[in-house]
Design a binder for this molecule. Structure first.
Ligand SMILES: [Zn+2]
Length: 400
């Protein structure tokens, strides 16, 4: 019997990640059953051509189906020696590797946080993230990177300031496939094994790889990351402290995510409400229900896109209308989030801006009490008013 995972990982690198009978028969039946039970492999389409089971040397023939008088279907091939050779269903059986299920198994066994989702069609999957010593590392699974389009796939991965550990099934591709930002790459064989008959992933090996990444200095010394009811905040490689959630922290995180850009109050409110794509988890709690959140998210996204377009085209007819809609959305969000005073008074956009400014400055004070250096940095770089902006002199890299 061959090492089952070597066969599985080799198949996963192929365009069609499928094990044919010649492949899966080399895996012990108990192991194959356990992989199927875990959803790592699923039944694929039966093969159309099979090798003749009676001849040596063998020959490959197309499978022909016949329907008997009782309606039962039988399969056979033509054979020069035996005329007709019956082919059992099992001889046509294939097993396809479910890439998403592999990503899910990694997420589960390595106890990753976050969601499992495809990032680049069926080639790169997001498995989740790990936070090691306060540094957040995204764990990805990528296949087929050594193929001719590998570089195209690798460079179409959305840009991210976060650190990445990429798991690959087979050969570690040449660093040049990544373009300018090379992640840490680890072959799956170094973190997986068959223990007993079951597929298992070594969480410790992943953590060790992440720690190696940190030791090599590829870590972000600055963190502003929300975890549940608390925020992990650290600056310039110093201590990482936990801060109780509060509205200003969500605003600050949104500003740090996009330095040197004027950010309107509506975007800060959107980040707090969990409807801004840059900061997916908002701090609004139950103030907005899931349905309202989806509607608001769509409205916000469409509006911002239209406004960007109109500004890019200097469409003076559309800009004022869109800006009025932005104001309305700002007021709607502010009143739903319960800020800016009583419902009637909240129609004053100036009050909303004031309230957001105050929340930001209050939380900068709170940070300054415990992390004076970061407090000084934020006071010097965050401006508020009609628009908000984080404009540092050097560009510290933030994990958010
Ligand atoms: Zn034959």
């Amino acid at each position: 019997m061959a090492d089952p995972l070597t066969l599985i990982w080799a198949a996963m690198e192929a365009i069609d990640p499928t094990l044919l009978p010649d492949g899966w028969r080399r895996i012990a039946p108990a192991v194959l059953r356990s992989l199927a039970d875990g959803g790592i492999v699923v039944q694929g389409d039966p093969v159309e051509r099979v090798r003749c089971p009676v001849c040596t040397p063998t020959h490959f023939e197309p499978v022909i189906a016949t329907v008997g008088r009782d309606g039962s279907v039988e399969h056979f091939i033509k054979c020069p020696r035996e005329m007709r050779v019956r082919i059992r269903d099992v001889d046509r059986q294939t097993w396809r590797v479910d890439v998403g299920a592999v990503a899910g198994a990694i997420a589960e066994e390595a106890e990753l946080e976050g969601d499992v989702r495809p990032l680049v069609s069926d080639r790169i999957w997001h498995c989740g993230h790990l936070v090691v010593r306060g540094v957040r590392v995204e764990i990805l699974l990528a296949r087929g990177l050594t193929r001719s389009d590998g570089s195209e796939v690798a460079t179409s991965l959305p840009r991210s300031p976060l650190h990445r550990l990429v798991l690959v099934p087979g050969v570690v591709p040449d660093e040049s496939v990544w373009g300018s930002s090379v992640p840490l790459v680890l072959p799956l064989r170094s973190i997986t094994c068959i223990a007993g008959d079951a597929f298992s992933i070594d969480r410790h090996a992943i953590t060790q790889a992440v720690q190696r990444l940190l030791r090599e200095g590829r870590s972000a010394p600055n963190i502003f990351h929300r975890r549940g009811e608390n925020w992990d905040i650290g600056f310039d490689g110093g201590e990482i402290l936990s801060f109780a959630d509060s509205v200003g922290l969500a605003y600050i995180a949104r500003l740090l995510a996009e330095p040197h850009v004027y950010i309107p109050a509506v975007t800060l409110l959107a980040s707090r409400a969990g409807i801004d794509s840059r900061i997916p988890t908002g701090s609004s709690g139950p103030a907005i229900d899931e349905r309202g959140r989806t509607e608001l998210r769509n409205e916000y996204r469409d509006l911002m896109r239209e406004l960007d377009e109109a500004r890019a085209m200097n469409d003076l007819a559309r800009i004022p209308t869109l800006e009025m809609r932005v104001e309305r959305l700002t007021q709607d969000l502010a009143s739903r989030l319960g800020i800016g005073g009583k419902a009637r008074e909240a129609t004053d956009p100036e009050r909303v801006r004031k309230s957001v400014s105050m929340a930001v400055s209050r939380d900068i004070d709170r940070i300054a009490d415990k992390l004076p250096e970061l407090g000084r940095h934020l006071r010097a770089t965050v401006s508020s008013g009609l628009f908000f902006m984080y404009a540092p002199e050097s560009d510290p890299e933030w994990v958010i």
